[in-house]
Each structure stands twice: as structure tokens, then as C-alpha cells.
Design a protein around this ligand. Structure first.
Ligand code: HEC
Length: 226
């Protein structure tokens, strides 16, 4: 019995290792989020541009040359031919070659080696799962308005519990006067941040930063009914 279990565990291990090297659903189109997280390294924003400047060049690792079969011109090719092992920079060719010596070092002399910051970008991207990810910061705080921003944010994120005749927690807000009263009492921001002893709202987890930034801006503007 023990042996069978061990065998099953081993088989699962092998299968999961294999599985790790390919991420089919992500191979074609990148996941673009509408907010850039400063702790995340993005393939589209950070890694492909770095590879384009240093490796994906004619005579080296562009699609046409693909020296040693390594083509660094797209996400799928980088994963497959750069032998990237998601979450394991030390087991990934793409990362290891940055530290080799002599002819094995990439980029090869006389080209200069990558800087430690550039190497670090590649290391973090792989250790975060080598995802086909990107981001666009499209949170526009120039013209925040009550009707087109704040009211929508509240109705999408809070109204399910905080409207009607018997709202949750006995607290209802949907009109401009109710929402601005809540904002001016400080309770709105406290609820959004989970600060000053107020429970974090929504209870399922904080809203995305862009929504919170818009509400903050609207309060700074004096909670106008615009
Ligand atoms: C799934 C239901 C639900 C959603 C969605 C929700 N709330 Fe609440 N809210 C509650 C409950 C339950 C309480 C009472 C919890 C407590 O007092 O600990 C509460 C209490 C509050 C309070 C009063 C806190 C206090 O201590 O006086 C505020 C303010 C508040 N919510 C704001 C919001 C805002 C703003 C949103 C949207 C961003 C939101 N809530 C979304 C369920 C919800």
C-alpha cells in the first residue's frame, strides 16, 4: 500500500512538473490589468522590452536567427525556447545564462552583460510565475464626478447591502446627500481603508485602488454634486 502511495505521489509530481513548464491558456494573449502593481514585474511592460533591447536582435535571438534554437521574440517562444520554469528562476535557462562565464554568458561579450537591476527583473518575473501579464494605468483622476464615478462605484460595490428599507448595519446611502454626509463624517474613508475601528468595506475585500483614489479625490474636491 505504502509503495503504491509513493508511486502515485511520484507520478503526480512528474505530471505537475511537466505541467509547470507550459501555460497554454496564456500563451497567446496577455492578461492586461487596468492597474499597475508596483510589486509585480510584467512580461509586456518590463520583460519583452528588455529582451528586445538586449537579446531579440538580428544575428542573435530574433525569430529569424533563433541562435541555438532560442527565439525571444514572443511570450510563447520565450517560455518554450528560453526554457523558463515558472516560479523557479534558478532552474530556468533564460535566467541562468545571465550568470555564466566565457562564451556561455548571455549576452555574449563584447556585448555588455545585463545590469543587476535587469537580471533582478527577470528573476522576479519568473519567481512570480512567468506570466503573460501586462498592465495599463488608466485610472483618470483629472475629472472625477459624482454622477459618472462616485455613484457608480457605490452602486456597484455597496448598494447590494446598504440600500432599501432594512439596509445591513442599519446604514443606507445612495443619494448625493447621504454619500457626502458619510464622506464628511470620515466614515466612508474609514470603511474603505478598514481604519479607526470601522470594519473594512466591502466585507469581501478592499475595492481596487482606482476606485479608492477616485473617492479620495472627490472628497478632496469637497464632495461636489457634479
Ligand atoms: C455584503 C454586504 C456589504 C457590502 C457589499 C458593503 N457593506 Fe458596509 N456593512 C456591511 C455590514 C454587515 C456592516 C455592519 C458591520 C459592522 O458593523 O461590523 C456594514 C457597515 C458599514 C459601515 C458602518 C461601519 C461602522 O462601523 O459604523 C459603513 C460606513 C459601510 N458599511 C460602508 C460600506 C461601503 C462604502 C461599501 C462599499 C464600498 C460597503 N459598505 C459595502 C455589509 C456590507
Amino acid at each position: 500500500m505504502r509503495k503504491i502511495l509513493l508511486f502515485v505521489a511520484f507520478a503526480v509530481f512528474i505530471i505537475s512538473c511537466k505541467h509547470e513548464t507550459v501555460i497554454p491558456e496564456e500563451l497567446e494573449s496577455p492578461q492586461i490589468s487596468h492597474e499597475c502593481d508596483s510589486d509585480t514585474v510584467y512580461f509586456v511592460n518590463d520583460i519583452q522590452p528588455l529582451l528586445n533591447a538586449t537579446c531579440n536582435t538580428s544575428g542573435c535571438h530574433d525569430a529569424g536567427t533563433a541562435e541555438h534554437g532560442v527565439d525571444l521574440s514572443s511570450y510563447a517562444k520565450v517560455i518554450q525556447t528560453g526554457e523558463v520554469r515558472p516560479f523557479r528562476p534558478e532552474g530556468s535557462e533564460l535566467y541562468e545564462v545571465l550568470f555564466e562565464s566565457g562564451d556561455d554568458l548571455m549576452p555574449p561579450p563584447p556585448q555588455s552583460a545585463l545590469t543587476s537591476e535587469q537580471k533582478e527583473l527577470i528573476r522576479i518575473w519568473i519567481s512570480q510565475g512567468a506570466k503573460n501579464n501586462g498592465c495599463i494605468d488608466d485610472c483618470n483622476l483629472e475629472s472625477v464626478s459624482f454622477t459618472s464615478d462616485i455613484q457608480l462605484i457605490i452602486s456597484n460595490n455597496c448598494a447590494s447591502c446598504h440600500t432599501g428599507t432594512s439596509p445591513t448595519g442599519g446604514i443606507a446611502f445612495s443619494s448625493h446627500s447621504e454619500i457626502s454626509a458619510l464622506a464628511n463624517s470620515g466614515k466612508l474613508m474609514d470603511a474603505l481603508m478598514g481604519s479607526n475601528g470601522v470594519s473594512q468595506m466591502p466585507p469581501s475585500g478592499p475595492m481596487d485602488d482606482c476606485n479608492i483614489d477616485k473617492i479620495t479625490k472627490w472628497i478632496e474636491d469637497g464632495t461636489p454634486n457634479n
